[in-house]
Every structure is written in C-alpha cells, then in structure tokens.
Design a protein around this ligand. Sequence first.
Ligand code: 5GP
Length: 189
Amino acid sequence: MELLKERILKDGIVKEGNVLKVDSFLNHRMDINLFQEIGKEFKKRFEGEEINKILTVEASGIGIACVVAQYFNVPVVFAKKNSTKNIAGDVYRAKVESFTHGRVYDVIVAKEYLKPEDKVLVIDDFLANGCALLGLAEIIENSGATLVGAGIVIEKGFQSGGKLIRDKGIRLESLAIVDDMSDGNIKFR
Ligand code: 5GP
C-alpha cells in the first residue's frame, strides 16, 4: 500500500533492537484518515470472504481494528492481556511473548465472545516474530471458530513471523513489508 509506505518513510523512526517507531501516526497519535485507507485496503483484499468478527490484541491493535471493522460492519473483540476479576472465569487463554517488552504474558478472550460459528479476521499493527498472531490463532482454534486470515499493517519481513504464519497455511495480508532497516534506512519488499 503506497500511501502507507510513503508515510513510514516520512515519519517512521528506526530504533535500536529492530524496533520501528511509528508513534506519530499509528501507535500513539493515530491518523484516522490513514486508518480509513487501511480499512478500505483490507476490505478489498478480503473481498468475497465471509467474516463476521474481527479479533485483535490490546492495546495497539484496538484503534486500527475498530476503524477497519467499520468497512466490514462487524464487531471487534480484543484479547486482554491481564485476567481481570470480571473476565477471569470462562476464557480462552494463550501465552504470548512480547517482542517489544521482552516478557511472556497471557492473552485471554471471554468464551461468550468467540463462538464455533464465527469467521474471524485478525487485525494487528505489527508482525515481528509472530507470537501475538499465533496466540490469537490458538485461541480461535480452541474456540472452534474459523480463522479466515490476518491483516497486518506493518510486517517486519526480516523476522520470522511472516514465514511461520504462511507456512501454517494462514492467509496473511501485510500492507507494508519492511525487509531491511539495519542501517537505519527502511527498505520495503
Ligand atoms: P510479534 O508477536 O509478532 O513478535 O510482535 C507483534 C507485536 O509486537 C505487535 O502487536 C506490536 O505491538 C509489537 N511490535 C513488534 N515489533 C514492533 C516494532 O518494530 N515497532 C512497534 N511499534 N511495535 C512492534
């Protein structure tokens, strides 16, 4: 998606440890006009697929998932990272290792919001090593729902997640794939 790539080149900042900071339009301040174009693009790419639910993970996936969901006209469910008291009961649970924070945490989704008849599109901001996406895929599988595919805004193609997910036969649509940024210059696939 050219508009997104141009924006990454203009405003993305390459940080130590292979982290791409896009706080000015995606992860902190959110450019809703860009989000709308992202929503339209995912809608186009998943045209013809039956989708009745979007699943993401808190916190950075929520904003983008909500805007995308408007184009699919379906509800968004986000996996929670902490088991708060009022949701701790009947939940699906998966372990996720955070790439940016370097620790392992549980993600949970209440069973009542994910049913065997659901056809789920997963939306997330980044794909790095694939842990977040695999955790969500595991939750979907355990619920008996169908994982239609995953829509990722920025895939870091030099990390293992993309290959891992595609090798599992999961349909993956990434709007921008960064293949290299080791010298501080961002290069797309
Ligand atoms: P994974 O589970 O694929 O290793 O990492 C995906 C999650 O880590 C994303 O949901 C995102 O929040 C975060 N993440 C991974 N790499 C980056 C990055 O380079 N920049 C930012 N801003 N977040 C990242």
